[in-house]
Write a protein that binds this ligand. Structure first.
Ligand code: F6P
Length: 547
C-alpha cells in the first residue's frame, strides 16, 4: 500500500477546503469573530503561541488534526519516546528526548535501559565543568582555563553556538567561549590569534570523529598548543565529545578526557548531550539542567496533550497547510531578542537537514513538497533588510515571531520599542493597507491629487500575510529548552505526515565524496579524475591564479 499522504481522503478534503479559504481575508475573520485570538492561542507555562494570524478557520484545523491522526501521529510520538528504531534507514532509535528525561524512567534500546549511561555522562560533565569553573582543573602551566574553544561543525557546533549566545547573561564572568567550525583557515586563525595557550581549553566535538573540517581544525589547534607548551600539555588542554572512542584515542586524547554520546542521538539533536559541554562550562551545570527541565516540560506536553492543544503539532500542521496547499515553500523565524540571534541558523539545520527529503520511508518518490527553506534573523534588524519583500513582495512568507515579555537588559525604553515593533509587524502583515486607505493617508498627509494618484499603489499592502507569535516571559535556560524542543517536535510531526525519515542526512554525502576526489587534483597529484567542463575549467583556473 502506498504511503503517499497526497493519496489520502483528508488530503483531498484539505485541497477542496483550500479553494474556499484562499481568498478569505484574515482581517475580516478578525472583524467577524471577536474570540478569534482566544480560540487560536495556546499557553504552556510561560510560553504562549498565538496562531490566530494565519489563514485558517476552525474547519481548517479540524481537517489538519484529522490528517495528523490518519498519519498515525499519536502512535509515532509514542514510538519515538519508547525508543523504537524510527530512524529506519540507519536502523537507530531517536532519543534526544532521553537526554532530558528528567523523571529518569527507563527507556529501552535493544533491551537495555539507556538512562544510566546518560546520567553517568551528565555526572562527568558536572564534575568537569565545576572543576574548570572553580579553577581546580588547571592548564598545563597551572593557570586557570578561562577560554573555551569548541571545535565542531553542523550539529556539533550550531547548538552550542546558539545556546551559548542565548544564555550569555548566565556566563561565568571570567570566562569566554569561541567556536571554530569552518575549514577555512581564517576560522582557526581568527580565534587562535586572540588566545593564550596557557588558559585555553579545546573541546573537539564530533559525533563520528571523522568529519574532515573538525579533524583538520583540531589538528591545527593541537599543533598551535604543542608548539607553545609541548606535547605533554595536550592532556590538560584537549577534551573530546564523541561516540567514537577509537578515533578519539588515535587523535591522542585520553579516553578519560572523553565525554561520550550515542548513535541514538542525532547530530542536529545533540545540544542536550555532552555536545553541550561548552555551554555547561560557560553557564554551569545547574543552568544546563534547567535547560533540560524546560525541554522536558515541552516533551511531556507533546507526548501527553491531545493534538488539538498541542503546540508543536499545531505549528507543524500550519506549516503543512502553507507548504502543501498554498504552495509556499519558505518560512522565516524572527526572534526579537538579540540573545536569540543564532536561533534561525540553528533551526535551519534542524529543519532542512531533517526534512529536506524526496523519498518516503518506503522508498517511494513523493509527489508533494517536503521541508521548506528556512531563514531568519533577529528583529528589529531584519525589518531593515528583507522585510520589504515580506510586506510587499509577490511571494508570501509565513513567519514565526518570538518575543520575550521581559528583557535581560532593561535600558530606558529599548524593550518597549522592540515589543512595539514585533507586534506592529504581525498586525501590519495581517491587515495590510488597501489602495483606498493608502490614498486617504496620502491625502491626509497633504499630498496633491496627482501625487495621491501616482503613489497610492506603491503605498498599499495586500496584507493577509501570516505569522505566528511566540511569546515567552524571559529568555532563561528553562525557556530556551522549551523553545528548542518545541521546534524539534514540530519537525518530527511534519516528517511523520510527509512519511519521510527526518533522522538521516544522506544528501550531504555526495558533495563530501566529490570534494575528496578534487582535493588531490588541487594538490597537484591527481590521476584521471574526470569532471564536467565547468568543474575542470575552475580547477585549472584556480591553479593558474595561484602560480
Ligand atoms: O555533514 C552533515 C553532518 O553529518 C551533520 O549531520 C552533523 O551535525 C555534522 O555533519 C557534523 O558531524 P560530526 O559531529 O560527526 O562531526
Amino acid at each position: 500500500m502506498t504511503k503517499l499522504v497526497s493519496k489520502t481522503k483528508v488530503w483531498k478534503k484539505l485541497g477542496e477546503h483550500y479553494k474556499h479559504i484562499k481568498d478569505v481575508k484574515m482581517r475580516e475573520m478578525f472583524e467577524y469573530d471577536e474570540d478569534r485570538a482566544k480560540k487560536f492561542t495556546i499557553q504552556l507555562e510561560n510560553l504562549m503561541l498565538d496562531y490566530s494570524k494565519n489563514r485558517i478557520n476552525e474547519r481548517t484545523m479540524k481537517h489538519l488534526f484529522r490528517l495528523a491522526r490518519d498519519c498515525q501521529l499519536e502512535e509515532m510520538i509514542k514510538a519515538m519516546f519508547r525508543g523504537d528504531k524510527i530512524n529506519t534507514t540507519e536502523k537507530r532509535a531517536v532519543l534526544h528526548v532521553a537526554l532530558r528525561n528528567r523523571a529518569n524512567t527507563p527507556i529501552m534500546v535493544d533491551g537495555k535501559d539507556v538512562m544510566p549511561q546518560i546520567n553517568e555522562v551528565f555526572a562527568k560533565m558536572r564534575d568537569f565543568s565545576e572543576a574548570v569553573r572553580l579553577g581546580k582543573f588547571k592548564g598545563h602551566t597551572g593557570k586557570k582555563l578561562t577560554n573555551i574553544v569548541n571545535i565542531g561543525i553542523g550539529g556539533s557546533d550550531l547548538g552550542p553556538v546558539m545556546a551559548c549566545e542565548a544564555l550569555k547573561k548566565y556566563w561565568a564572568k571570567d570566562m569566554k567561549c569561541y567556536f571554530i567550525s569552518n575549514i577555512d583557515g581564517t576560522a582557526c586563525a581568527e580565534v587562535l590569534n586572540n588566545l593564550d595557550p596557557e588558559t585555553t581549553l579545546f573541546i573537539v566535538s564530533s559525533k563520528t570523529f571523522t568529519t574532515i573540517e573538525t579533524m583538520t581544525n583540531a589538528r591545527t589547534c593541537r599543533k598551535w598548543l604543542v608548539d607553545a607548551l609541548g606535547e605533554h600539555a595536550v592532556a590538560k588542554h584537549f577534551v573530546a565529545v564523541s561516540t567514537n572512542t577509537k578515533e578519539v584515542s588515535k587523535f591522542g586524547i585520553n579516553p578519560e578526557n572523553m565525554f561520550e554520546f550515542w548513535d541514538f542521538v542525532g547530530g542536529r539533536y545533540s545540544m542536550w548531550s555532552a555536545i553541550g559541554l561548552s555551554l555547561a562550562l560557560m553557564v554551569g551545570m545547574d543552568n544546563f539542567e534547567k535547560m533540560l527541565d524546560g525541554a522536558y516540560a515541552m516533551d511531556k506536553h507533546f507526548a501527553e496533550t491531545d493534538l488539538e492543544h498541542n503546540i508543536p503539532v499545531i505549528l507543524a500542521l500550519i506549516g503543512i497547510w502553507y507548504n502543501n496547499f498554498f504552495g509556499i515553500k519558505r518560512y522565516g523565524v524572527i526572534p526579537y531578542d538579540q540573545y536569540l540571534q543564532y536561533l534561525p541558523a540553528y533551526l535551519q539545520q534542524l529543519d532542512m537537514e531533517s526534512n529536506g527529503k524526496f523519498v518516503t520511508k518506503d522508498g517511494e518518490v513523493v509527489n508533494y513538497s517536503t521541508g521548506p527553506v528556512l531563514f531568519g534573523g533577529a528583529g528589529t534588524n531584519v525589518q531593515h533588510s528583507f522585510f520589504q519583500l515580506i510586506h510587499q513582495g509577490t511571494d508570501i512568507v509565513p513567519v514565526d515571531f518570538i518575543i520575550p515579555a521581559i528583557s535581560h537588559n532593561e535600558i530606558g525604553d529599548h524593550h518597549e520599542i522592540l515589543v512595539a515593533n514585533v507586534l506592529a509587524q504581525g498586525e501590519a502583515l495581517m491587515k495590510g493597507k488597501t489602495v483606498k486607505e493608502a490614498a486617504q493617508g496620502l491625502t491626509k498627509a497633504g499630498k496633491s491629487k496627482e501625487e495621491v494618484k501616482e503613489l497610492k499603489y506603491f503605498k498599499s499592502f495586500s496584507g493577509n500575510r501570516p505569522s505566528n507569535t511566540i511569546l515567552v516571559k524571559k529568555v532563561d535556560p528553562y525557556t530556551l529548552g522549551m523553545l528548542v524542543a518545541m521546534y524539534e517536535h514540530k519537525v518530527f510531526v511534519q516528517g511523520v505526515i510527509w512519511n519521510i525519515n527526518s533522522y538521516d542526512q544522506m544528501g550531504v554525502e555526495l558533495g563530501k565524496q566529490m570534494a575528496l576526489n578534487i582535493l588531490p587534483e588541487l594538490q597537484g597529484n591527481a590521476e584521471g579524475v574526470s569532471h564536467d567542463s565547468s568543474t575542470a575549467n575552475l580547477i585549472a583556473s584556480i591553479k593558474k591564479m595561484r602560480k
